[in-house]
Design a binder for this molecule. Structure first.
Ligand SMILES: Cc1cc2nc3c(=O)[nH]c(=O)nc-3n(C[C@H](O)[C@H](O)[C@H](O)COP(=O)(O)O)c2cc1C
Length: 192
């Protein structure tokens, strides 16, 4: 027989992101962040490769990343609007955790499964932050896909890339939730 956890199910059925631009201090300190990161690292990972790591970004580091979007945006020919948006995502963030996908050598595990696992870590991190009472939002942005930006400003190695920046803080306003998928449209059953 199933052994339900109604409180966990209620959380999963009602959880939602809190837009990054609504997030401000206070943010979780190191002690409060530890169980959130621990929950995130408790994610499905084929072959126990641990193909991910975290960088916790705050204060001057976020300001430095905001600055670095100017160089990357200029080099990539981004519009002033795109650069301003990318800059603000870092400059206005009270705290962000960069989830880094770390590709490991494996004859057995396809590389795409490491990518899936890194995505699972992002969602687990987001949910753990929300379940802890913080506002949180998973963002990427064009800069996160630029090698010059991630290697220069974040020190990523060539086998590493950004799975997401999970911004965490205190929500200052609550925009309406977004529409949710029609389950019947996306679900089919096969019995034979
Ligand atoms: C990989 C990934 C990258 C994303 N990057 C952005 C982004 O750069 N900017 C943005 O506005 N939303 C981005 N989103 C969407 C936000 O996370 C959005 O808040 C989220 O889909 C809301 O879902 P929820 O309310 O179910 O948590 C991204 C989502 C994913 C999965």
């Amino acid at each position: 027989m199933p052994d339900p956890n109604p409180q966990a199910m209620e959380f999963l059925l009602t959880r939602r992101s809190r837009p990054a631009k609504t997030l401000r201090a206070p943010t979780p300190d190191a002690e409060a962040l530890r169980p959130i990161l621990t929950a995130a690292a408790r994610s499905p990972d084929h072959g126990k490769l641990e193909p991910w790591r975290f960088i916790v970004l705050q204060g001057a580091a976020l300001a430095r990343l905001a600055e670095a979007t100017e160089e990357a945006g200029g080099r990539l020919g981004k519009s002033a609007e795109d650069i301003a948006k990318a800059r603000a995502a870092f400059a206005d963030s009270p705290l962000a955790v960069a989830v880094i996908e770390v590709r490991k050598d494996s004859d057995k595990i396809p590389a795409i499964e490491m990518t899936y696992s890194a995505g699972a870590v992002c969602l687990a991190l987001l949910n753990a932050a929300l379940a802890s009472g913080w506002g949180a939002n998973w963002l990427s942005g064009w800069a996160s896909h630029d090698r010059g930006f991630v290697e220069g400003a974040l020190g990523l190695a060539s086998n590493e890339r950004i799975a997401g920046f999970v911004h965490i803080g205190t929500e200052t306003s609550t925009p309406p939730d977004r529409p949710r998928p029609d389950l019947d449209r996306i679900t089919s059953w096969m019995s034979e």
